[in-house]
Design a protein around this ligand. Structure first.
Ligand code: SF4
Ligand code: SF4
Length: 260
């Protein structure tokens, strides 16, 4: 068995919104600073350069203002889009990337000092609970999700802060003695995630999985790293086929906390 060779990759320039830049900080925390460093992640991450795309208006489902992720200083360049995408203001440091500017020949490009736009308000607002005590963990309210949630895992797969992975073995057809062990995305909402030897499962009911996911995003990660995991991008609300809303769930938890 041998470890995969380090691929020679060109540096990657990623165009990201502020919430996603914050999400990458959470991934860095998990893969680089969580007891040991993940070498596979590290060698990709070192090659990443970030272009922050300003958000003049809020998206429909995001709640970045509530989560404090609507602005960031953690980027290499920035740009603002103007006139419905026909014009772009680019940070003057962009001048070094002439090839990219040429690719935008249809667009009016202004190179200048850019202050990235930031959404000042979102239509969705979230109030975080102060402390998710045992009474909330045991609340009957999670049982609602036993039937509503179909355990498809889509909310995990779109979440920019979900970092769980599992292994998949691939056997080559032309040589049965050779193969690859690949790392693939895992979801705490789907069957099999908490299966243990002997046929048991730690969280069988879908409501229990929902409770685990939500409390991890707005409580457990915070206890370990000092800030919330969820960045309020709103993607999980958009993607759920059963119209289950993460933001509404968090607000319900806060309301319940006030009552107890
Ligand atoms: S809003 Fe949903 S998808 Fe976005 S970071 Fe929070 S939990 Fe993840
Ligand atoms: S996307 Fe919706 S239905 Fe699917 S696992 Fe997540 S909460 Fe459940």
């Amino acid at each position: 068995m041998k470890e995969a060779d380090a691929e020679r990759r060109k540096p990657a320039v990623l165009f990201m919104r502020s919430c996603d830049v914050h999400a990458m900080k959470r991934l860095d925390e998990i893969y680089l600073k969580n007891r040991f460093q993940d070498g596979y992640y590290k060698r990709l991450r070192e090659q990443v350069y970030i272009v922050l795309m300003g958000c003049r208006d809020s998206c429909e489902s995001g709640f970045c203002v509530s989560m404090g992720t609507n602005c960031t200083e953690d980027y290499h360049w920035s740009l603002n889009v103007r006139q419905e995408g026909k014009a772009v203001e680019i940070d003057s440091r962009w001048a070094v990337l002439d090839e990219l500017l040429e690719a935008w020949e249809e667009t009016e490009v202004t190179v200048k000092e850019v202050t990235p736009d930031k959404a000042a308000e979102n239509p969705v607002k979230v109030v975080l609970p102060q402390n998710c005590g045992p009474q909330l963990v045991k609340a009957d309210f999670w049982k609602e999700y036993d039937s509503r949630c179909i355990a498809c895992g889509r909310c995990n797969f779109v979440c920019p802060t979900c970092a769980c992975f599992t292994m998949q073995d691939i056997f080559y057809q032309d040589n049965g003695r050779a193969g690859e062990r690949r790392r693939v995305h895992a979801s705490c909402m789907v069957d099999g995630y908490t299966d243990v030897a002997g046929g048991g499962s730690c969280r069988k009911a879908n409501g229990e999985r929902m409770r685990f996911k939500v409390l991890h995003k707005i409580s457990d990660f915070n206890k370990q790293f000092g800030y919330q995991m969820c960045v309020g991008c709103g993607r999980c609300d958009d993607i759920c086929p059963e119209y289950i809303s993460f933001s509404a769930c968090v607000n319900r938890i806060s309301d319940m906390e006030k009552e107890v």
